[in-house]
Design a protein around this ligand. Structure first.
Ligand code: S3P
Length: 214
């Protein structure tokens, strides 16, 4: 059983109870659209100094098409097949952080596959937080595109019920709030480091009274 990770200069080793063995670190962030997977993933990648891949961006650069274009041309079914095959590419990379699309865990055996490859973390946000965030970013999300604000609200609530059983298969769960400031992002990053026992991760701390006096 893995008890800890040590982030070394060149590689990341997992510390097991009895031995120290090389095991690449892969962190996969899952959760509903608007939960902050990309924001947290990018910030954590800076903290640990390892690459970050957003699965949607990876798909777009490999296919040379936007997610919306793929939905338009191949429908959701076509998109899900491409998504699965691209997931299998990025999840082979070593020492990386990956954020996947909100639907990725809910198709095929993607969730089981991700659990076999990585430390999976479900970023769990309140529906109101998702709603606030998604109203701003609905134009790039084909599933929300032609919906009114009320329809988006209803859609999120209905879809979460269906998706939650897939999300909760993740190895870890992290409660997150609206990522609307640097401090909030950093707090989630620190909590994530603690959850994953990334002991060399630089922890963000507010200055102690002593530091302030000096
Ligand atoms: C989807 C989420 C999107 C993107 C696609 C479908 C979903 O990713 O993969 O629009 O089914 O929830 P984000 O969760 O990054 O928005």
């Amino acid at each position: 059983m893995i008890t800890d990770y040590r982030v070394d200069d060149k590689y990341i080793v997992s510390m097991t109870e009895h031995t120290e063995e090389y095991k690449p670190l892969r962190i996969i962030l899952i959760g509903y659209m608007g939960a902050g997977k990309t924001t947290v993933g990018r910030a954590l990648s800076k903290e640990l100094n390892i690459p970050f891949y957003d699965l949607d961006w990876y798909i777009e650069s490999r296919m040379r098409k936007t997610v919306k274009q793929i939905f338009d041309e191949r429908g959701e079914e076509g998109f899900r097949m491409i998504e699965q095959s691209m997931l299998h590419e990025v999840a082979e990379f070593e020492n990386v952080i990956i954020s996947c699309g909100g639907g990725t865990p809910c198709f095929f055996d993607n969730m089981e596959y991700m659990n076999g490859q990585a430390e999976t973390v479900y970023l769990k946000a309140e529906t109101d937080v998702l709603y606030k965030h998604l109203l701003m970013g609905k134009s790039v999300r084909p599933l929300l595109l032609n919906k009114t604000a009320d329809e988006v609200n209803l859609f999120i609530r209905e879809q979460i019920k269906h998706r939650e059983p897939f999300y909760t298969k993740a190895k870890h769960v992290l409660d997150v709030s609206l990522m609307d400031s640097y401090d909030k992002i950093q707090i989630s990053v620190n909590q994530l480091c603690q959850l994953l026992k990334l002991n060399n991760c630089l922890l963000y701390t507010s200055p102690s009274p002593r530091d302030v006096e000096e």
